[in-house]
Ligand binder design. Structure first.
Ligand SMILES: *Cc1c(COP(=O)(O)O)cnc(C)c1O
Length: 221
């Protein structure tokens, strides 16, 4: 079942686009099943849950953190996390730098943008992001490497609204790339699209989709 769903999603992906299988709230058995079907990149949104799964599962799994991250928990995941999608403040980026320097290793990070209507979502507004990047202090960081942007569209049935928000994220990505990362080949990821809206995200130029329920079924919280 999981294998068929994975295959149905990956079959339709444009060249170069990667699937993050969002396994939050699902047991390690479900991840094993996806792993046996060839999936290697998994996304989790809680530090304790990712730590516990990381300890139990094969070493070659690539762990992405996608949830809201508190600064005091950064230290637990930096030894192994490959990409943090949800860096929503400069303070958090600095803490990733500080903890990753101790290991030492380089941890890739995406800056999370807030473009959706819901107030509950985290992330920089476009102006906050520009302001932070314009200050330039992030250029000194050696262990927290900014490789792109992440965003979520509003949770709505209004497909036009979703398309507008993904296009906005795409345009912001282009602007940020041109203004601050034009000569940095590592800055190339635009993480957007979930189970219900990833086709729209792909149409708007997503390079990484984060899909959970469409692979593993509905979550039981
Ligand atoms: C849970 C979650 C997803 C996956 O959501 P589905 O609707 O199950 O595909 C993607 N991105 C983030 C940030 C999430 O928290």
């Amino acid at each position: 079942m999981i294998a068929e769903r994975l295959e149905a999603i990956t079959r339709g992906l444009p060249e170069g686009v990667r699937l993050v299988a969002v396994s939050k709230f699902h047991p390690v058995e479900a991840i094993r099943e996806a792993y046996l079907a060839g999936q290697r990149v998994f996304g989790e949104s809680k530090v304790q849950e990712m730590d516990a799964k990381h300890a139990l599962l094969p070493e070659d799994i690539v762990w992405h953190f996608i949830g809201h991250l508190q600064t005091n928990k950064v230290k637990y995941i930096v030894p192994y996390v490959r990409l943090i999608h949800s860096v929503d403040s400069y303070k958090l980026l600095l803490e990733v730098e500080r903890q990753a320097a101790k290991v030492p290793r380089v941890v890739d990070c995406l800056l999370q943008l807030h473009v959706a209507r819901e107030e509950t979502k985290f992330g920089f507004t476009p102006d906050e992001l520009r302001e932070m990047l314009a200050k330039g202090a992030w250029r000194e960081l050696k262990h927290a490497r900014v490789v792109g942007l992440m965003g979520m569209a509003s949770n709505t049935d209004d497909t036009e609204q979703i398309r507008r928000e993904f296009r906005l994220l795409h345009d912001l990505f282009g602007e940020v790339k041109a203004r601050w990362f034009a000569t940095d080949d590592a800055f190339k990821e635009l993480s957007m699209g979930m189970s219900h809206d990833y086709p729209e995200a792909l149409a708007a130029g997503s390079t990484m989709i984060r899909v959970g329920s469409k692979i593993f079924g509905e979550r039981v919280y």
